[in-house]
Design a protein around this ligand. Structure first.
Ligand code: AHR
Length: 505
C-alpha cells in the first residue's frame, strides 16, 4: 500500500497557467488543415478557424499558444503574411516537407485564433535570417496604438486596434536550425535584438524569452547567461526584468536514436519503460539548468520556458516524412502526466511550457482528417490537469513508492503525483501509475482537511490503446468512483497504466 501524504496548508509556489501551453508551427498539417481551413471551406469554421478544434481546445483550457515556429520562425518574414491573401508571397517551406507555404495564415490570423481560444499569445521572432529592423517593426505593427508607419499599415490591413503580445521569443534553437551559433555569439545578438522589442503599452509589457539549451547542453545555458543576463535595475528602461523574462529549454523524448526513433504505436514493455525513463529525465534537466539560472538569478525573477517538449516517434507509415505526423497512445498520456507533475513541482522556476505540437504534429492533443477530428489520450491528460492552472502547489509525498521497469537501466517510480489548491479551495491531485502490470493500492491522507466532496476522473487502457478516425472513443476520460473515504483518508486502487485526477473539498 502506497501512502500519499498531502499537506494542503503548506503552499510551495504558484503554478503558472502557461505551464499548460501549446505550440503551433507552420509544419505539416498543424496550421493548415489542423487549425485553419479558410473561410470558404466546407468544414465549419469561424473566420477560417476550425470550429471543432477551437471548441475542444477551449474546453481543455489552453492558456497560451506559441507561433510560428520552431525552425520555421527563423526563416519567417512576417510581411509575407499580411495584406490581401491573393497578394501574399508563396514560398517553399524548406524545413518541413518542401511544400508551398502560401502565407494565408499570418499575423492577423494568429491573433484572431488566440482571440477565439481566449489564450495568451507567444510570438517567436526571427534572429537566424531576419534583421533587427524586421523584428522591431513586427512588434510595432502588432502592439503600437499610436501613429506610426507600422500601425498605419495594420489599420490599412483591417485591424484598427493593436493586439497584445504576452511573450516574444528572440530566436529559436539558435544553437541549431536558428543559425548554428555559439552561446556567446547568440547572447550578444540577443542583447541587441531584444533592445528593439519595445513595450509600447506599459500596462502590458512583453515578456522576452531568450533561446536556451537543447537537452543537457549546460554550457549553452552558462555561456548565454554569462553574456546577456542582466539583473533588473530600477529606472533603466530595459523592461521590468533586465534583458530577459524567460529562457527556453527544449527536450523531446524518443525511445530509439535520432535516425530511427521508434514506432508511435508498436512497442514492447521494455520500450514503454525506456520511454517513461527518458521522460522522467526532465526532472534532472529542469533541476540542473535551474541551478545554473539560480547562480545569476537567485531570486528566480526569470522563468524557465520549456517551450518544446513531448514524444517524437517515427512518422505514421505512408505520410510525408517532413510532416512529423504521429499517432498518440496511452504511452503518450503517461509521458504527459509524468512531465506535467514534474513541471508543477518545479513551478518556482518553470513558468511556461509548450507541448509540441498542438494538432497533427508530434505529441498532439488533436488529430484531424478532412472534416473529422479526434482527441488523443494526451488531450485528456491536459483536460484532467486543467484545475492546476493558476493554483498553488502544495506539499505532497508518497511513502512506499517503489521503482518499476523491466531492466535496471529503465526504472521509473511506480507512482507520480502533484497536488495543488485552487482559488475555490479545492485540492487537486493528479496521479499516474506507470507500471504495465501492477495495480497500486493508495491511501491519501491530509494534514487537516476532512474530505467531504470528492470527484475524480480516470484515463485507463492498455499501453497501445489509441483513438482512430474509425474508433474515436477507444480511449477517453471517465468518471472514477472506485474510492472510499475512511477516517478522513481517501482509499483507492490506481490501475496499472492509468492517469487519475481528484478534486477534493
Ligand atoms: O517541433 C519540431 C521542431 O523541433 C521545431 O521546429 C524545432 O524547434 C525543434 O527542433
Amino acid at each position: 500500500m502506497a501512502k500519499l501524504y498531502i499537506n494542503e496548508k503548506n503552499k510551495k509556489g504558484h503554478i503558472n497557467a502557461e505551464i499548460y501551453g501549446h505550440f503551433s508551427e507552420h509544419l505539416g498539417r498543424c496550421i493548415y488543415e489542423g487549425l485553419y481551413v479558410g473561410e470558404d471551406s466546407d468544414i465549419p469554421n469561424v473566420n477560417g478557424m476550425r470550429k471543432d478544434v477551437v471548441d475542444a481546445l477551449k474546453e481543455m483550457k489552453i492558456p497560451v499558444l506559441r507561433w510560428p515556429g520552431g525552425c520555421f520562425a527563423d526563416e519567417y518574414h512576417w510581411k509575407d503574411g499580411i495584406g490581401p491573401k491573393e497578394n501574399r508571397k508563396k514560398m517553399i517551406n524548406t524545413h518541413w516537407g518542401g511544400v508551398v507555404e502560401d502565407n494565408s495564415f499570418g499575423t492577423h490570423e494568429f491573433f484572431e485564433l488566440c482571440e477565439q481560444l481566449g489564450c495568451k499569445t507567444y510570438v517567436n521572432g526571427n534572429v537566424g535570417s531576419g534583421t533587427v529592423q524586421e523584428m522591431s517593426e513586427w512588434v510595432e505593427y502588432i502592439t503600437f496604438g499610436g501613429v506610426s508607419p507600422m500601425s498605419q499599415m495594420r489599420k490599412e490591413n483591417g485591424h484598427e486596434k493593436p493586439w497584445t503580445i504576452d511573450y516574444f521569443g528572440v530566436g529559436n534553437e539558435n544553437w541549431g536550425c536558428g543559425g548554428n551559433m555559439t552561446p556567446e555569439y547568440y547572447a550578444n545578438l540577443y542583447r541587441r535584438y531584444q533592445t528593439y522589442v519595445r513595450h509600447y503599452d506599459d500596462a502590458a509589457p512583453i515578456k522576452k524569452i531568450c533561446c536556451g539549451a537543447n537537452v543537457a547542453d549546460y554550457s549553452w545555458t552558462e555561456g548565454v547567461l554569462e553574456t546577456c543576463f542582466k539583473s533588473p535595475q530600477p529606472g533603466e528602461g530595459f523592461g521590468p526584468k533586465g534583458y530577459m523574462d524567460g529562457m527556453s529549454l527544449h527536450y523531446y523524448v524518443y525511445p530509439g536514436g535520432w535516425e530511427v526513433k521508434g514506432s508511435a504505436t508498436e512497442f514492447d514493455g521494455k520500450t514503454w519503460y525506456k520511454t517513461l525513463a527518458k521522460a522522467a529525465y526532465m526532472e534532472e534537466l529542469v533541476s540542473r539548468h535551474g541551478a545554473i539560472m539560480d547562480k545569476y538569478d537567485p531570486e528566480k525573477k526569470i522563468g524557465m520556458a520549456v517551450d518544446e517538449w513531448g514524444c517524437w516517434f517515427d512518422v505514421e507509415p505512408g505520410t510525408n516524412p517532413g510532416f512529423l505526423y504521429q499517432q498518440n497512445t496511452m504511452r503518450d498520456a503517461l509521458v504527459a502526466g509524468l512531465t506535467l507533475n514534474i513541471f508543477n513541482k518545479h513551478c518556482d522556476r518553470v513558468k511556461m511550457a509548450c507541448i509540441a505540437q498542438m494538432v497533427n504534429v508530434l505529441q498532439s492533443v488533436i488529430l484531424t482528417e478532412g472534416p473529422k477530428m479526434i482527441l488523443t489520450p494526451t488531450y485528456f491528460v491536459f483536460h484532467m490537469y486543467k484545475h492546476h492552472q493558476d493554483a498553488e502547489l502544495v506539499d505532497s509525498y508518497i511513502e512506499g513508492n517503489q521503482m518499476v521497469g523491466m531492466e535496471d537501466e529503465y526504472q521509473v517510480p511506480l507512482l507520480s503525483e502533484s497536488v495543488s489548491v485552487d482559488k475555490e479551495g479545492y485540492v487537486n491531485v493528479t496521479l499516474s501509475n506507470l507500471s504495465l502490470s501492477e495495480d497500486a493500492p493508495v491511501e491519501m491522507a491530509f494534514a487537516q482537511m476532512n474530505p467531504a466532496q470528492v470527484s475524480a476522473a480516470i484515463l485507463r487502457q492498455e499501453m497501445h490503446a489509441h483513438n482512430t478516425f474509425e474508433e474515436p472513443e477507444n480511449v477517453k476520460e471517465e468518471v472514477f468512483d472506485a474510492f472510499e473515504i475512511k477516517d478522513g483518508k481517501i482509499c483507492f486502487t490506481a490501475p496499472a497504466c492509468s492517469v487519475i485526477s481528484f478534486r477534493i473539498k
